[in-house]
Design a protein around this ligand. Structure first.
Ligand SMILES: *Cc1c(COP(=O)(O)O)cnc(C)c1O
Length: 353
């Protein structure tokens, strides 16, 4: 028998979440499938999201793989091109690509202009990551526009605080002001802005996390947003230990029993992608019932409290996150966000649909 851990990827849930995005906007939907589809598997995710108007990711090889798999919609490279060869391939495979920096304009200038390019001109509206500042945008735009290979330009930006109290209004005002100067499509919104700020929708929205059924907001659950979890990480109990009062559990003795207890050892550890920083008390489902993590997570195993679950034992089903146990709760208990947990699922965990 193989080690019992597996990640179940629910393609119906992906479709449900795409519909939830559709219900929230009339803009075209660019499904963000970077980082191997947020850890769910690129082609598996693309298949379920085939009704999206576009896909956004980083690696040109992945973009070409999507084209070769037959996807005809817009495929956007979120960091754009890195070399002149990339530009040739972008034109060859009819990919769209971000242009965010002056060094890329220089590469574009040197590009002889075979084929046509659809560029997403990125504005830095306050994230201070990629893009041209509002002040430099006019000159940069002229440099991009005059290139004979450029067919279409879409304006794009990314909000730093769409999920936070600070919101988007300051950035949105600047962006709309710039966009007012050009007759070009606009794309500003990630999941949080899509769900919270209809005024940001423009022509293209770029949801990522919501499609995978996690909440972009700390204070609103995915369920409240009508989202369904896509990845369920499950395993089984492979050993049981009976503890006496005073016994300590795991590396560093981070849990100490103050009474007789039963614990189960689950075949899942940080080498599978379960966060080592998860604290005592992090919720875990055993046979569908909520119990808690005890002690430090080790590389291949973790321990859960079975004291209140006398029927559970070796072979019992365990859910680490997903159906019945929102990943956002695990992320909070580990001091991180669902995005990081999803992307960190490791290659040794078999995925099934
Ligand atoms: C990752 C990403 C998104 C999606 O963000 P979510 O918070 O997952 O919805 C959108 N736009 C850009 C530029 C991104 O890098």
């Amino acid at each position: 028998m193989p080690r019992p851990i597996q990640a179940f990827i629910d393609q119906n849930a992906l479709q449900n979440n795409l519909h939830a995005a559709r219900r929230s906007t009339s803009a075209r939907i660019m499904a963000v499938i970077k980082a191997n589809g947020y850890g769910h598997g690129l082609l598996r995710v693309a298949e379920a999201l085939a009704a999206a108007d576009g896909f956004a990711l980083l690696d040109i090889q992945d973009a070409i793989a999507l084209r070769e798999a037959g996807y005809r919609q817009t495929i956007l490279l979120l960091e754009g091109f890195f070399t002149e060869t990339d530009l040739e391939r972008i034109a060859e495979y009819d990919l769209s690509c971000v242009i965010h920096s002056h060094w890329q304009i220089s590469l574009l200038d040197a590009y002889p202009g075979r084929g046509t390019l659809d560029l997403w001109f990125k504005l830095n509206s306050g994230m201070q990551r990629l893009g041209f500042t509002p002040e430099e945008s006019a000159l940069a735009m002229e440099a991009v526009r005059r290139h004979k290979a450029v067919r279409e330009i879409t304006l794009m930006s990314h909000f730093p605080n769409a999920d936070e109290a600070a919101g988007v209004s300051a950035q949105l005002a600047v962006l709309n002001d710039i966009a007012g100067k050009y007759r070009m499509a606009r794309s500003w919104a990630n999941s949080a802005a899509l769900l919270r700020y209809p005024a940001t929708h423009g022509d293209w929205v770029r949801p990522g996390i919501m499609l995978y059924g996690a909440s972009p907001f700390a204070e609103i659950t995915a369920q409240q947003l009508g989202l369904k979890p896509v990845m369920t990480l499950r395993s089984r109990i492979i050993a049981v230990q009976s503890l006496a009062a005073g016994d300590e559990v795991g590396y560093g003795a981070k849990f100490r029993a103050d009474r007789p207890m039963r614990i189960g050892i689950v075949a899942c550890g940080y080498a599978d992608g379960y966060p080592r920083h998860a604290i005592n008390g992090t919720p875990v489902l055993v046979e569908g019932r909520r119990t808690q993590l005890l002690g430090r997570v080790s590389m291949d195993m973790l321990s859960v409290d079975l004291t209140a679950l006398p029927g559970a034992g070796a072979g019992s089903q365990v859910v680490l996150w997903g159906e019945g146990l929102p990943i956002d709760e695990i992320a909070a208990a580990a001091g991180t966000i669902s995005y990081e947990l999803l992307c960190a699922l490791t290659g040794r965990v078999p995925c099934l649909t």
